[in-house]
Ligand binder design. Structure first.
Ligand SMILES: N=C(N)NCCCC(=O)O
Ligand SMILES: [Zn+2]
Ligand SMILES: [Zn+2]
Length: 335
């Protein structure tokens, strides 16, 4: 099938020159079109309807009805996209061109009900399953952490139980809030109860801050999680954290969930439930750069709340996290 993005006269591609490498349609060429012009897709990549074959779809889920404190993560997808305009085609840290060895596209946003959490969860699962029919891999930009549950349901439908590497200040294995079972503090408890997780392969990285009680940790371990708490990261360093992750997940299919509040509020102020004492963005990016060696099946980056952001600090961190995840998904040989 002819590639509509290859035809500058196509209405789907009104003459924008794009980087083309490895047979893939890449970013709008920022040497020819100012990067502050052009489409507001992630990294100015083509939309899903502009290409015929897709390997990885970046999709937004603008949903924040599950939050327990500051709202606003519904604006996360557009903010992260807007903060991703400066990303360039080559990632020297891992020597990968993430948009050349695989066709990466922006699949837009899933339009889900902002008033009915259970209906939204069902729609997110259906939307993810639908996209997975076209795209082997999904990288989702949230949205609050509630969305990880339907995304894990879709992953499970395709891959069976997955190992979860969960970067977060919070456990998110709590039970209910105000009697509500589906919130941003509960997705991994629900996922574990539903059998979506490989309980022998999950871990949290970067957790910190006060809990409700000591029992939270007992429950969390029973649900299948090991923990690399934030306080251990100074001693372990990025390399030690990676070793802990590799030892836990092995060859299993791995889903990576990055709550941007894993970063210290100094590096990610724009989030709903900030906790002092978190990772630096340099540490998080360094850990993610080892993920090319894992069997990654999908990922999300959640909890960016732009109203609390300043100078796109959080948006830029989230866009670089997404870029490293896309680099980790890229086939190494094609670079
Ligand atoms: N998933 C995030 N970001 N936060 C969960 C916090 C749950 C609580 O209010 O205890
Ligand atoms: Zn969190
Ligand atoms: Zn979370």
């Amino acid at each position: 099938m002819a590639d509509p993005a290859a035809d500058p006269s196509s209405p789907a591609s009104p003459g924008l020159p794009r980087v083309r490498a490895g047979g893939r349609v890449g970013q709008v060429d920022a040497t020819l079109v100012p990067r502050f012009a052009g489409p507001a897709t992630f990294a100015t990549l083509p939309r899903i309807d502009e290409v015929s074959d897709v390997d990885v779809a970046v999709v937004g889920v603008p949903f924040d009805a599950g939050v327990s404190y500051r709202p606003g993560a519904r604006f996360g997808p557009s903010h992260v996209r807007e903060s991703s305009r400066l990303l360039r085609p080559h990632n020297p840290a891992v020597d990968v061109d993430p948009f050349a060895g695989q066709q990466v596209v922006d699949a837009g946003d899933l339009a889900v009900n902002p008033f009915d959490i259970e209906e939204a969860i069902a729609a997110i699962e259906a939307g993810a399953r639908h996209l997975l029919e076209r795209s082997e891999r999904l990288v989702t930009i949230g949205g609050d952490h509630t969305i990880a549950l339907p995304l894990l349901r879709a992953m499970h439908a395709k891959h069976g139980p997955v190992a979860v590497v969960h970067f977060d200040a919070h456990l998110d294995t709590w039970d209910t809030y105000f009697g509500a079972a589906y919130t941003h503090g509960t997705p991994f408890r629900r996922a574990s109860e539903e059998g979506l997780l490989d309980r022998s392969g999950c871990l949290h990285v970067g957790t910190r801050g006060p809990l409700y009680s000591r029992q939270d940790l007992v429950d969390d371990a029973d649900l299948g999680f090991q923990i690399v708490p934030s306080v251990e990261i100074d001693d372990l360093g990025a390399r030690g954290v990676v070793e802990r992750i590799q030892a836990r997940v092995g060859e299993r299919p791995v889903y990576v969930s990055v709550d941007i509040d894993v970063l210290d509020p100094a590096f990610a102020p724009g989030t709903g439930t900030p906790e002092a004492g978190g990772m630096t963005s340099r540490e998080l990016l360094a850990v993610l750069r080892a993920f090319g060696g894992l069997n990654l099946v999908g990922a999300d980056v959640v909890e960016v709340s732009p109203a609390y952001d300043h100078a796109q600090v959080t948006g830029i961190a989230a866009s670089h996290v997404t870029y490293e995840l896309l680099s980790a998904l890229a086939p190494r040989s094609a670079t």
